[in-house]
Design a protein around this ligand. Structure first.
Ligand code: PBG
Length: 322
């Protein structure tokens, strides 16, 4: 059909028809709020590069969680800042560790809040890498052993979902088998399948105190130039027992999200990471952009690309408008 039989503006004329034919929705159900939990008591440290986000001690985390739940947040993703770090990240496998205590406290006060535990060693190692260093690089297989133990410990503490973000080969299969052996048959695994070696993680590393003390993460996280490799990562993780696959970051990788969505029949998550959030906040503070409209547009674009789930620091601000 050609103009003037077809005029695409006809359905744009009224807000009612625009809403009727809107192809993508943004709902409370799809948003996850990341939170940082630290040792100590009564602590609420603002993270400078993530305005509106805090390092929270367990008591404060519970208060914060209640506030978020009151606004309509259904799900949170926890990152821990331990009191002590070590060479291998084994401190993360302590039943009384920071995230384990946080999970128990949140689930006790708010059984309906869905608590996802990130699994990685970078917040727990002295050198800030995501695993055990052997000959100057992260050793894959010994790191997988620590990730399995960390996952089991978090499952035992009551996590609702486990989300490995380390990018070691074979870790999803190893964690899945261990969970099955220990009777956690229904524990969902959300794998950071296509996690890129990205400069967009800068503010997170301030928040989680997890910047690598030497080198970078390019020997385990993906090269930003690669898309086909992301599909291989996703295929392997599905094969190994992932329930949800993730692409991270989101905005510079919308094509990857879309490709994953179109190639696999599995729920897809996207992580709208710290640097993406910080850029919006910085521009908004300068009065250069309309923050509310931009945030809605960004999150809608990530959904349009194919994400079922979005992890975003914007969650706490936008949720009450959805
Ligand atoms: C841990 C981890 C990182 C993020 C989530 N999990 C950082 C990293 O790989 O250095 C980044 C999240 C963000 O930037 O918001 N491996």
């Amino acid at each position: 059909m050609k103009f003037p039989d077809t005029r695409l503006r006809r359905l744009r004329k009224s807000g009612v028809t625009r809403a009727m034919v809107r192809e993508t929705s943004l709902t409370r159900d799809c948003l996850v709020m990341p939170l940082f939990v630290t040792h100590g008591k009564n602590i609420r440290n603002p993270v400078e590069s993530l305005p509106g986000n805090y390092q929270l001690s367990v008591d404060q985390l519970v208060e914060y969680g209640k506030m978020l739940a009151g606004k309509g947040v259904r799900s949170v993703l926890l990152f821990g800042i331990p009191e002590q770090k070590d060479e291998t990240g084994d401190v993360a496998c302590d039943p009384d560790g920071i995230v384990q205590r946080a999970i128990r406290a949140l689930k006790k006060e708010m059984p309906d809040l869905f608590v996802i535990a990130d699994v990685c060693n970078c917040e727990y190692t002295l050198h800030g890498h995501c695993g055990t260093i052997v000959d100057g690089d992260v050793d894959n297989d010994s790191t997988v052993d620590t990730l399995v133990r960390q996952s089991l410990c978090l499952a035992e503490a009551g996590a609702d979902m486990i989300a490995p973000s380390d990018m070691m080969d074979g870790r999803i299969g190893a964690i899945r088998q261990a969970l099955e052996r220990k009777g956690f048959h229904n524990m969902p695994l959300m794998s950071y399948s296509a996690k890129y070696s990205s400069a967009f993680y800068g503010p997170f590393r301030e928040a989680a105190q997890s910047a690598p003390s030497f080198g970078d993460r390019a020997t385990y996280q993906m090269d930003p130039a690669n898309k086909k490799e992301a599909l291989r990562e996703v295929a392997l993780d599905i094969d190994e027992g992932a329930d949800i696959v993730m692409v991270k970051p989101a905005l510079s990788y919308l094509d990857v999200i879309s490709e994953v969505k179109n190639n696999f029949n599995i729920p897809v998550a996207a992580y709208n990471v710290s640097g993406e959030f910080a850029m919006v906040k910085a521009a908004a503070r300068n009065g250069w952009i309309d923050e509310k409209r931009i945030v809605r547009e960004i999150l809608t674009s990530i959904r349009r690309a194919g994400a079922d789930i979005i992890i975003s620091y914007h969650t706490q601000e936008i949720i009450s408008e959805l």
